[in-house]
Every structure is written in structure tokens, then in C-alpha cells.
Design a protein around this ligand. Sequence first.
Ligand SMILES: [Zn+2]
Ligand SMILES: [Zn+2]
Length: 346
Amino acid sequence: MKAAVYENFQGKIQVMDVPIPKPMSHGVLLKIKATGMCLSDWHGWIGHDPDIILPHVPGHELAGEIVETGKDVINFKVGDRVTVPFVGGCGSCYQCHSGNHQVCDNQSQPGFTHWGSFAEYMILNHADLNLVKLPDEINDETASILGCRFITSFRAVVEQGNLKGGEFVAVHGCGGVGLSAIMIAHASGAQVIAVDINDDALELAENLGAVITINSLRSLDVVDEVKEFTKGGAHLSIDALGHQQTCFNSIANLRKRGKHIQVGLMTGDDKHPSIPMDQVIAEELEILGSHGMQAFKYGEMLKMIQSGKLRPELLIERTISLDQSVDLLPKMDQFKNSGVTIINSF
Ligand SMILES: [Zn+2]
Ligand SMILES: [Zn+2]
């Protein structure tokens, strides 16, 4: 099969002919139909992920068709169209037993702990636990962008954020994650304030339902602006970027007893940011994370997509081939655009 392979971190990525992998007894072999390109794939290629064993195939946001099942798989069959969350549970640890596969102690992450979806075929483990059947109305391209940024934002807004209609939500950072959060919060009846440094991204945010946008490069004080507009602060605020400043602002712009959700990954120098803990205590703020979403929780989100309440396809900026992706991946940190790039020809 064809796959995009790198043999060294920060080395050349090449489309090569490699053997088709064999699924485990609890797993499946998928023919990949579409896969999203995500900054996490770039982090993996740079060498930021200790789980990656070289040579490696990236890719963790995908939709595909089952072409082979392991003997222990009960709920899925050859021909099923499926997708997966980027974190796969093991089914046997404490977290999985409590229904929290998204923080499984022995998690598998396609494109990190094993070869991913920048290939014609890939395997997935513990299929009965981790796979999600796709309704006919949701096409492969749309489905392929759900498994990482979109589900993490959905869980942030709906589950962790427990958002109520009419509440104010501030979203800091309007890339794929932030725009997803804006769309989901808007569909849930909230009033969204979008913050970014890029006017094009803010325009997209407005199109997706933000009631007000703030360009943080031009703003004298983002926190003051949010507090003024919301008459006291946001009920829910999301750092969708993963940066010391956006994390700080997202906590500082909350109203009393408000909730901050960290969605943007904190890496490198931003790993341990300083936060206004004095405010967290005095105003009883809550700070939570969101790390993907369990497969069994997809139902509500898929229904909202089927009914047109959520339209993740609006986040797709372009579709490319596997051959084109190998030149793009090393440059992903320089992407100026906010939309998502999908590989849909292999
Ligand atoms: Zn991703
Ligand atoms: Zn587990």
C-alpha cells in the first residue's frame, strides 16, 4: 500500500510502498477514505511525541471503510463506514471502566502510538469500544475532521462546559479548534466572543456565529473588553490556542464562578503557564481540560450534524492528495489559514 513515511524526526517525508498491516483479534483494517491534517501531526514529525517509533506514518483524523475484522469484533463488519476519536481506549483500565476512554491509562492514538491514516490502509484496536458508525448523510471528508479538534471542542462546550443557552462564551484563538468551539457554542444558544490576532480568522468566526470579535493585537486590554461586553465576564471561556497569554486571558476574563476550559495543547515553553490563581480562589472559578471525546458519546454530535445544526464541513478549506501532503506537513506551523486541509486521494 502507499503511505507517507518518515524515517527521522524533521527528516524527509516520502510516499512509499509498504506492507498492509494485519489487524489484532479485537481490531479492524480500514481503507482510508479521507484524513485531516492537524498541527499535532507536525508536532509528531518534529519529535515532540515520545510515543512515536521510527519509521512512522502520521495521521489521526480519519474516515474509512472496514475491509477486514479481527475474530473477536462483534459490533462492526466489513463494509461499515466508520471514524474514531483520536484517543482509543483499552477497555480494561480504571478510566475505561468508568467510561472515560478519552483519558485511558493505556491509550492508543493512531498516527502516534502506531501508524496512522496518511496511507491507503491502517489498523485500529479494540474496535467495539472505539469505532463510530457513520450515518449516510455525513460524507467522508466531513467525518474525517471530527476525530480530534471537533470532538475536543464539542466535549469542551457541551460536557465539560455544560453550556446553557444565553450564556456568554469567550473563545481565544480561532484556528480549527476555536472555530469548531464557536460553531458548537453558537448552535447551543450561547453568545460568543471570538479573540484572535488574524482578521481573516475573525471574519470566519463571525460567519460561524460569533456576536463580537476582538483582534488582540489591536486591543488595549482583551480581558477588559470581554468583561465590559459581557457585563461582568464570560460564563465559559476557552483557550483554543494553547499559549501562556491566551490561557491567562481566558481565565482572567471570566465572571464569578465561571469556567475555563483548556483545549489548545500546551507544549514547549507554554507547558506550565502562570495563571491568576488569586482570582480563581476569590471568584470560585473552575479550570478544566478537554481531551477528545469517547466514541459512545458521538451520538448527540452526529445528530446535530445530520440536522444541519452543526456544519463541520464549513471548516474544510481544501482537499489534496497524499503526494501533496508530504510537502505540506513540515510547513504546517507556518499555516496562515484557519481552515482544515483534508487528504482525500491516495
Ligand atoms: Zn488533530
Ligand atoms: Zn483504558
